[in-house]
Design a protein around this ligand. Sequence first.
Ligand code: NAI
Ligand code: MG
Length: 495
Amino acid sequence: MTAATDITYPALLTSGELGHYIDGTWQAPSKGGRIDTHNPATGKVLTTLGRGTDEDVDAAVASARQAFEGPWSRFTHVERQAVLNRMHDLVDEHWDELALLESLDMGVPVSRTEGMKAGILKTILFFATQTANCTGQTIPNSIPGNTTTLLLKAPVGVVGGIIPWNGPLTSQWWILGGVLATGCTCVMKPAEDASLTVLRTAELLIEAGLPRGVVNVVTGLGPEAGAALAGHPDVDRIAFTGSTETGREIIRASASNMKRLQLELGGKSPDIVFADADLDKAVPGASMGVFGNTGQVCFAGTRVFVERSIQDEFVERMVAFGRSLRVGDPLDPDVQLGPLVSQKQLDRVMNYVDIGTREGAELVHGGKRLSGEIAGGYFVEPTIFNNVSNDMTIAREEIFGPVISVIPFDTADEALSLANDTSYGLGGAVWSRDVSTVTKMMHGIKSGAVWVNCYGVIDPAVGFGGYKQSGYGWKGGTTHVEGFLYQKSVYLNAD
Ligand code: NAI
Ligand code: MG
């Protein structure tokens, strides 16, 4: 096992106190001072971050505005593409450092980071291909005389990127990719629990040839730095990932100057397993659809609907799978599940375990915080509740931890109606070998992504979005890029 003392800490952590990254340089925090950020595997302070205020956000937005009007606006699409390509190479080159920072900051196990690397590199390459795709149209019209009608596209301007702590190294790229592909600029506000890889990425972007001020980072607390950004009169668009409650705050804050919004919010995704499914795939697939990233995934398939005729066998196999998982020090290459990100999230998850038990769900595996040598960290056992009913609290509210609710069903119609009986609609899955069952579910599940005989696969060219209170605005593909562009109609009269 790798002990924390055996590792070489990345320069970002040994360089002293961190500030905000504004206009291509480190800036000392203004009146807000600093906040601690922790290593969730030990509970110890990792470093201090700037506690951003409206003053810091003003400075970052001013820098982003200046960059938007300045040299960046004259970058051709091939020049923007070249920056993204160089960034691809720099992320590849600095991968070990970035992965270690992410792991120390939010607890992702190093065993997962190769997969993350592949995902991030292909996301950057995908957005590099999109720089030439910010295209308009010539549209035939019915106007008498000689008028040509065109649709032009233009970058929306300054984007505020507010992201959570469950995987900032990856999730920042959904915003940075759109910004760089279209010629926008941005101010990123990462979560107070995991800001380090966002700060380091901003530094690397300068090395990749991005002009100063195109990407700025203000760290700090949601109700302070986050709210200042969401309400800022000179920010044109907010791309937000986080809780549905905070999403509502962002909508309210955006009203002042009618900011464009893209919101990716909470979920309570259904994962439906039919009796004819290949259980060798469905058991690990449905389990990791929740346990992956210690349950801290927006589209985690936390409600596992199982056809009653296979319920006993399925649950037995899922418990065996849960038991086989190694939870512990994220730096140990054999560990599959790291800690939860913070004491706050640990308390929240343990509270839901209590509520589940009190409401009569059957706890068949896990449910406890881990003790022993890792007791200082925020570790919980992979947890499985059986015979949950869809109206229990644990089946209705987003837990954001490694907690599965198994809910039995008898017919496909019943499964579908239970699956859709939720205020969310982010993900969903079906496991079956029957094409008519699969087709019915694929059309019937009301969510922005449906996986068939797999779970949680995301491709940057395809993307995903939300139904209902899981948010709006598509993440990924050409539709995603459109969100960073204004459209303008032109009537060109040549008579
Ligand atoms: P949160 O939604 O409050 O935090 C996400 C981001 O929004 C952070 O950067 C935070 O600083 C910022 N923020 C908070 N309040 C803000 C405000 N008033 N204005 C602007 N920005 C603000 O989520 P939190 O408190 O970290 O986690 C609580 C629960 O939210 C989790 O247990 C989980 O259920 C859910 N959540 C869902 C996520 C998802 O991807 N669906 C991601 C993170 C949290
Ligand atoms: Mg941290």
